[in-house]
Every structure is written in structure tokens, then in C-alpha cells.
Design a protein around this ligand. Structure first.
Ligand code: HEC
Ligand code: HEC
Length: 397
């Protein structure tokens, strides 16, 4: 059904730009050859085919996971469990997250069938985009850089977007659908479109008990899928035993271990930390409130942004809310000597005695160690896990 989208775009282009007489002479006969009535008749169901789902379903529910103690048990030091934003009225179920996965990858969710959530949030890139700004359904750029979704579940205050304007994930997931740059749908149109397919009503029934499609259920299912995106198998994780005791020195290389010690204090070792872990907290390396990390001298609304989890960070550049840094070394150089003074600058980036903006004066070796440590947060198994992959791609399943 790419033909529909393609012809649609062609028409748009034809109207918008002044085409030469020659092009016009070639284009009109071409368009006349497209079997329009046939394409229009097949419309909704033909957007992207049907998803290919495993039987039995993949497991997403917490009870079905072999979660280690350190990620489940609030009493383990540094466990992200305390910051889990899963609401009691929307726990992850296998059928709910399965529906969420289908919705996440379905281009029907955008008006012209051009993009799905997965177009901007790509699994192989930690559910972010390699582009500084992503392209929405009409090819226009998004205002900010697409956020990585790994471990989004462990953001303590439960707010979403760079500026935290969404009060919950359930509220957030309906926003891109209605955003005129991203997917440009209305909720009633979307409900209608999904209800007319053959496969959605049974998926809604499996997830919520009845086949009704509703905006509330769409947001719940998408949220369950996003919360299921937990990383547990990075090199960093292999340092933690199931109880949460850490064996960093045994498992990490000397360079990675030095990077970890620069990132955060490691009990039993001399303090050399430059304090990254004070904002990127817990074993999910994630914040719990908006902060200003000194990207600019002049800031709008305090210039405070979410401190994202650094899980899979190495595969999801460019970095920061506006994707201004291309590499992790650029980020480290920024924290080393580029932090800008401004009235909202987080106190943790100032010298506690003088109040001056901190300069870290790291050596090249220390900078490389920090980058090496950030690379231990990459989780190849997560990045290729079939449970999180596109169900509309046949070869993969
Ligand atoms: C056209 C690209 C695009 C599409 C399509 C898109 N997103 Fe996003 N997403 C973004 C961008 C850009 C941001 C950051 C926006 C901001 O903060 O203003 C974002 C932010 C998010 C966040 C916030 C993460 C956090 O930690 O706060 C979530 C969750 C999310 N998107 C989920 C989805 C879901 C679910 C869909 C499909 C319904 C979707 N996105 C569709 C580009 C996209
Ligand atoms: C004062 C809190 C604070 C400290 C300390 C801090 N960060 Fe950050 N970090 C943030 C915030 C806030 C952002 C997002 C800022 C934005 O995009 O506007 C961020 C973003 C990042 C990003 C980009 C993430 C992405 O998804 O684009 C990386 C990488 C990073 N920090 C690494 C580090 C390292 C390494 C250190 C230590 C040298 C560190 N941070 C210290 C608050 C902090």
C-alpha cells in the first residue's frame, strides 16, 4: 500500500511546487495510470497489512519475567523500583503490551499512513532516532530530538516529554497521535479506523475483555508496551547479581571501571567521582525531576529538562533535547568545560564553596574512560529482542 502514500505525496508535491511543462506532461499520464478507485476502496485495511503475532503470546507481564531482585525490590540500594511509574490501574499484561506493540508499529496511526511511533523511536537505536529532528508524517521536522524509551518506566515523578508537560505516560501516548507534525489524527477518527480492521477488535478483546476500541484503551496499551522496554542484559547489568550485589571491578575492564568511578562513587574505593550519578541516579541512570544542566546562557522557562536514562545511550545519538551533540565525547567535553552559567543552573554543577560553574579538568584518559563506561550501558539483546520488534515485518517472526 506504499503506492497510496507515494501517490499522495506526489499529488502534494505537484500542487505545492511549480513543475515544468515537460514534467507535467509526463506526470499526468503516469497519475492517470494509477488505479485510483481500487486503491481508495481497499483503503483502511490495506494501509500496512496485518501483524504477525506469536502463539502463545510473548511475555511482558512482570510476573512472567525473571526480573532480578535489584530491579524489583525497593530495599536494594540503587534499585530503580522505588521510581517505577506504573499506575495500579494499568499494570502490564501480556495481551495489553502485545496490543501496544502492534499499535506502536502501525502506520495506520498517522493520517496518511506514512509514520508509526516506531519510525521515530527505533529499537536498534534504543527507541530514539539518529536524526537530530525526526520527520513527521508530512516530512516536517519535529521540534525536539526523539527521546529514547529504554527504562522510561523508572522515571520517578512519572512525567513525560523533555519539558515534562505530560502528567503521565497514559496522557503522553495520546499526544503524538494528535500532533499536527507527528501523526495528525483525531482520536474519533483513529478509533473508527482501527475498529474497521479485522484484527484490532480481537486484540482489544484479549487485552481489555471486550472488542471496543477507545482512546483510553489505546493509550493504556501503548503505555504498557513502553513500560515493558526494560533493559537487563547490558555489560553493566552483568556486574550485578540477582540480589543487587555489584561486582564491577571483576566484570568491567580497567578503563570502564575508572569511567564508572568518575560517573558515581563506588563504595570501598577512593572518591574520584565528578557527580554524573547525582542527576543520572539509580541503576537505570535516570533523573527524577527537571533540571538545567547549563546547555545555554539564556534559557526560556528556566531551561529545565528531563534527565533521561542513559541506558543504550551509545547507540542513540545525537544528544540532548535538541540533539546538539553528535557524540558521547562531545557530551563529556561539554560537562568538562562547556557548562554555561545561567540563573537556573542546577546547584550540582556549581562549586559548593565558590558558587562558580564547575570545570572538571578531566584528562584525555579520564574522558575516554567515561565514554567507555557509557558504552557498558548498551544492551544488544534488548536492541534486537523480538518482543519489542515490528510485528508487521514478516521475516523477523
Ligand atoms: C515524528 C516522530 C515521532 C513520532 C511519530 C512519535 N514520537 Fe514519541 N517523541 C518524539 C519526539 C521528538 C519526542 C520529544 C518531544 C518533546 O519532548 O517535546 C518524543 C517523546 C516521546 C515520549 C516521552 C519519553 C520520556 O521519557 O519522556 C514517549 C513515551 C513517546 N514519545 C512515545 C511515542 C509513542 C507511543 C508514539 C506513537 C503513538 C510516538 N512517540 C510517536 C518523536 C516522535
Ligand atoms: C545537574 C544534573 C546533571 C549532571 C550532574 C549530569 N547530567 Fe547529564 N543530563 C542532565 C540533564 C537535565 C540532561 C538533559 C538536558 C537536555 O537535553 O536539555 C542530561 C543529558 C545527558 C546526556 C544526553 C542524554 C540524551 O538522551 O540525549 C548524556 C549522555 C549525559 N547527560 C551524560 C552525563 C555525564 C557523563 C555526566 C557527568 C560528567 C552528567 N551527564 C552529569 C543532567 C545532569
Amino acid at each position: 500500500m506504499n503506492a497510496v502514500v507515494f501517490s499522495f505525496r506526489l499529488l502534494g508535491t505537484y500542487n505545492l511546487v511549480r513543475v515544468s511543462a515537460l514534467t507535467r506532461r509526463l506526470l499526468i499520464p503516469c497519475l492517470a495510470m494509477v488505479p485510483w478507485p481500487f486503491l481508495v476502496l481497499r483503503s483502511q485495511d490495506a494501509f500496512q497489512g496485518e501483524p504477525h503475532l506469536p502463539s502463545p503470546l510473548f511475555h511482558y507481564a512482570d510476573a512472567e519475567q525473571s526480573f532480578p531482585q535489584w530491579i524489583q525490590n525497593v530495599t536494594v540500594p540503587n534499585s530503580p523500583a522505588r521510581a517505577d511509574n506504573t499506575p495500579s490501574d494499568n499494570p502490564i499484561t501480556d495481551a495489553g503490551a502485545t496490543l501496544g506493540r502492534v499499535l506502536f508499529y502501525d502506520r495506520r496511526l498517522s493520517r496518511n499512513g506514512a509514520v508509526s511511533c516506531g519510525s521515530c523511536h527505533q529499537q536498534s537505536h534504543g527507541f530514539s532516532d539518529t536524526k537530530r529532528f525526526s520527520s513527521g508524517l508530512y516530512g516536517d521536522p519535529t521540534r525536539r530530538h526523539a527521546m529514547g524509551l529504554t527504562d522510561a518506566r523508572y522515571y520517578g515523578d512519572g512525567r513525560f516529554f523533555w519539558d515534562e508537560r505530560a502528567r503521565s505516560l497514559e496522557q503522553q501516548t495520546l499526544e503524538p497521535l494528535q500532533d499536527p507534525t507527528e501523526m495528525d489524527m483525531t482520536l474519533p477518527e483513529l478509533v473508527d479506523r482501527l475498529s474497521r480492521t479485522s484484527f484490532y477488535p480481537p486484540l482489544f478483546k484479549a487485552a481489555f475483555g471486550t472488542p471496543e476500541v477507545s482512546a483510553d484503551r489505546i493509550s493504556r496499551a501503548l503505555s504498557q508496551f513502553v513500560r515493558a522496554l526494560v533493559s537487563l542484559t547490558s555489560k553493566f547489568d552483568s556486574c550485578l547479581d540477582s540480589s543487587g550485589s555489584a561486582h564491577f571491578e571483576k566484570t568491567l575492564s580497567t578503563q570502564e571501571f575508572m569511567g564508572l568511578r568518575l560517573f558515581t562513587n563506588v563504595p570501598g574505593y577512593t572518591r574520584i567521582s565528578v557527580g554524573c550519578g547525582r542527576c543520572h541516579t539509580t541503576f537505570a541512570q535516570i533523573g527524577n525531576e527537571r533540571r538545567n544542566n547549563g546547555l545555554d546562557e539564556l534559557t526560556l522557562n528556566g531551561g529545565k529538562f528531563k534527565t533521561p536514562s542513559l541506558r543504550n545511550v551509545a547507540v542513540r545519538g545525537p544528544y540532548m533535547h535538541d540533539g546538539r551533540f553528535a557524540t558521547l565525547m562531545d557530551v563529556v567535553n561539554f560537562y568538562d568545560h562547556g557548562v554555561c552559567d545561567n540563573p537556573s543552573l542546577d546547584p550540582m554543577l556549581r562549586d559548593p564553596v565558590t558558587g562558580q560553574v564547575r570545570r572538571l579538568n578531566l584528562t584525555q584518559e579520564q574522558k575516554e574512560a567515561l565514554v567507555a563506561f557509557l558504552n557498558t550501558l548498551t544492551d544488544p539483546k534488548f536492541l534486537t529482542d523480538p518482543r519489542f520488534s515490528d510485528p508487521f515485518v514478516t521475516e523477523r517472526n
